[in-house]
Design a binder for this molecule. Sequence first.
Ligand code: GAL
Length: 443
Amino acid sequence: MRFSNRLNRRDFMRVTALGAGAAALAACAAPGAVPVAPAASGGEAAAAGGGQLEIFSWWTSGGEVEALNALYAIFSERYPDVEIVNAALAGGAGQGGNMKALLETRMMGGQPPDSFQVHLGRELIDSHVIPGRMEPLDWLYEEEGFNDVFPQELIDIASYDGKPWSVPVNIHRSNVLWYRPSKLEAVGASAPPATWTEFFEIAAALQEAGIPALAVAENEPNFSGHVFENILTATLDPDAYRGLFDGSTAWDDERVTAALETLNRAYDYANPDYLSTSWGDINDRFVADDGPAMMIMGDWTHGVLMSKGFTDYYWAPAPDTTGLFVVLSDSFGLPVGAPHRENAVNFLRICGSREGQDAFNPIKGSIPARTDPDLSVYDEYLLSAMEDFGSNTLVPSIQHGAAAKQSFVLDYAIAINILATRRNVAEAQAALVQAAGDAEFAM
Ligand code: GAL
């Protein structure tokens, strides 16, 4: 087993839109009134003699809840007098819709929680750092030795104006095909589809047998945006895909049209009620005897399925993405004016610690952001994800905040929802072109 979290820095910055974007922004905008020198926050464990710790997240699904609780358990053991207020908001879904809306309101109203979940990358920087609502964490990275244990490439993504602004707790993979081997075998498929051509062959056989091939939960814009990013990465080469976020690849490119056509065709093989199916429903359906055979979703699905005690599933890269790792990372930061700042800082220390990451990630279905995990606690899927992370070409996830700013993510998800509901490729592509124009992508 080869394990390497270490990437060639140049490659990583090239493959993600993140580095270039951050540099460009750094050149033209100073972070607003970034307040504070992190006061005497000092390293020694703050007295943390009590008070509260309010943590915002959209982690309300199976696996996510237990993983977050594992972090809380470590915190409570160290700081038994602090009351943890878990402000996780149900219905947040992939891009954290409801949770992010409420968070935005509180942040803008000067009433931040003590810390909150945020995707590393454009989401963190554009939404919260540039407006001056976060504290820099360079001092914490130094105190905790994070600079030595996070890959430099992740630190670069977390950074703006030369300083990191949040602590990554994991690395998730977007481009995973989860499948029910028993259902594929029922139609004579001994292996999952490696390509979209194979997918449609197997899907036709499944349809004959009355089995939906693809799980889709599009009762709100989100799920289809996730599937679509994994068709885009399958259809465009990595450089052209990255170019979608710096203006060098146009969103009216014919390869984007081809990707939309693939998704549009895939809906013919989805659970027919996909427009009224929610994220919670689809996970229940996937484990049912009469549910769909395959689902393209990030590896938090591994966490969800494990939490259900379900075992009849396996994984493969999403069709035509072998050798690619569509990457995103969850992190926690320190808002300016966090009401219980010392408690928040102590929580961040745990998020970045080996103990914290090795407790959280095996349950969450993600791999650690640290390069020094205890490999013995990770299962077969996660070890394979670590291996792929170290050897594959990395490209940033759109739907989960790594590739582009939050306003684009919302417009993007709505454009793909238009395809899901109206099944009109030209209309969806026009919406994507409009979204990219509004986002003003530039090198
Ligand atoms: C992602 C997030 C994951 C998981 C997922 C659920 O955006 O990074 O940790 O919460 O949403 O939809």
